[in-house]
Design a protein around this ligand. Structure first.
Ligand code: UT7
Length: 349
């Protein structure tokens, strides 16, 4: 059975740099608070009307495809991970297929938020291993800036997130020492509402008995979308930051250890850990808990904020471009986020 290798990788971030100080014009926050609690110095925001989640994904895909030496006609399957799609439906996969003038190939959209890229990689890995596809394009892209609450009410969420896209082309390799060694995916819906965007949606407050304990009153859910939802700012993401933080620092090390154990490896064998860029404090906690040196972990949340499904491919590509990921290296990808969902992938580069 062939293994799956990353044949090409690329990323795209918008030109518009937004500093922490820029955000103080809209909300009661400070550069000091944001850097101390998250490590973030700046993030990128897409051009409001000129760029979409799909168009940024296309830019990243073009670079990944060029580096893999393939054209749009060679791609035989698309997997697109995002939580900020151009449309409620159809997904970004078909929009990318159209924009890149690809053949009438399959296009799958993945909605696993911060774990989206690891989930997408795992799905692609199965298709390659079974021999079904030879060139799969996996994209993670987000245009968060279009859907955040930029008032003080939304500051715990809005200062964290940024826009951008990353992409990889996956191909089979017969070299047994190269490629994806394993992927490990998990979920626990018990806390689904702790990091969520409820509206617009069809939930009709069906889950209120168990799910909204942390709200004084249940969110509005009487319609798919209503003026009241908009007036009460219930169309923006909700996050119980401390609760997510606590779970993340447990699950990151757990799923990284699961990947290492499955392959008879240990933390000291990792050449580069690329954690989903949720919060620099989370990455540092994970690094410390796993006894990893600074040169074994790559972080770039300082420059880009949290780009959700795009954060891992952007960080992986940047680390590779800097020569920090080399042939033969053991690379570990790990993610945790809304759902909760989490996962890891071990790759021999
Ligand atoms: O990628 C998806 C997964 N997401 C995560 O992993 C995020 C995990 N959570 C976190 O990263 C952190 O919980 C946050 C960065 C979101 C928040 O940091 P925190 O240290 O947990 O702060 P907090 O939510 O406990 O809030 C502490 C205080 C509050 O004020 P009071 O009640 O103590 O007066 C907040 O209102 O900080 C206030 N606050 C802010 N102040 C200035 C919250 N957001 C801000 C802000 N600027 N942007």
């Amino acid at each position: 059975m062939p293994q799956t290798k990353i044949a090409g990788i690329g990323y795209y971030v918008p030109a518009n740099i937004v500093s922490n100080n820029d955000l103080t014009k809209y909300m009661d926050t400070s550069d000091e608070w944001i850097q101390e609690r998250t490590g973030i110095k700046e993030r990128r925001y897409a051009d409001r009307t000129g760029e979409t989640t799909t168009t940024m994904g296309v830019e990243a895909a073009r670079i990944a495809m060029e580096r893999a030496g393939v054209t749009a006609q060679d791609i035989d399957f698309i997997i697109f991970a995002t939580l900020s799609p151009d449309y409620y439906f159809p997904g970004c996969g078909v929009l990318l297929q159209r924009a890149m003038q690809m053949r009438e190939i399959g296009a799958l959209d993945i909605r696993n938020q911060c774990s989206g890229f690891v989930y997408a990689l795992s799905v692609a890995d199965q298709f390659i291993k079974t021999g079904m596809y030879k060139n799969i394009l996996v994209v993670g892209s987000e245009k968060h800036s279009f859907g955040l609450d930029f008032t003080t009410r939304g500051r715990n969420v809005s200062v964290i997130f940024g826009d951008g896209a990353g992409a990889v082309v996956l191909q089979p390799t017969d070299n047994p020492g190269q490629g994806i060694l394993s992927t490990h995916l998990h979920s626990d819906g018990a806390d689904a509402e702790l990091l969520a965007m409820y509206n617009p949606g069809t939930h009709a407050n069906h889950w209120k008995e168990t799910a909204y304990a942390h709200f004084n009153e249940a969110p509005i859910g009487d319609m798919f979308l209503s003026h009241r939802m908009i007036d009460d700012a219930q169309i923006f993401p909700y996050m119980d930051g401390p609760a997510v933080f606590k779970k993340a620092v447990l699950k990151f090390p757990e799923v990284i250890m699961e990947a290492l154990s499955a392959n008879g490896l240990q933390p000291s064998d990792i050449n580069m850990l690329i954690p989903h860029q949720a919060n620099l404090r989370i990455s540092q906690f994970v690094q410390q808990k796993m006894g990893l040196r600074d040169d074994q972990v790559y972080n770039n949340i300082q420059q880009y904020g949290n780009t959700t499904a795009a954060s891992i491919p952007i960080a992986l590509c940047e680390a590779w471009e800097k020569g920090l990921v080399r042939e033969g290296d053991l690379v570990c990808l790990a993610a945790f986020g809304s759902g909760f969902t989490w996962g890891s992938a071990l790759i021999r580069w």
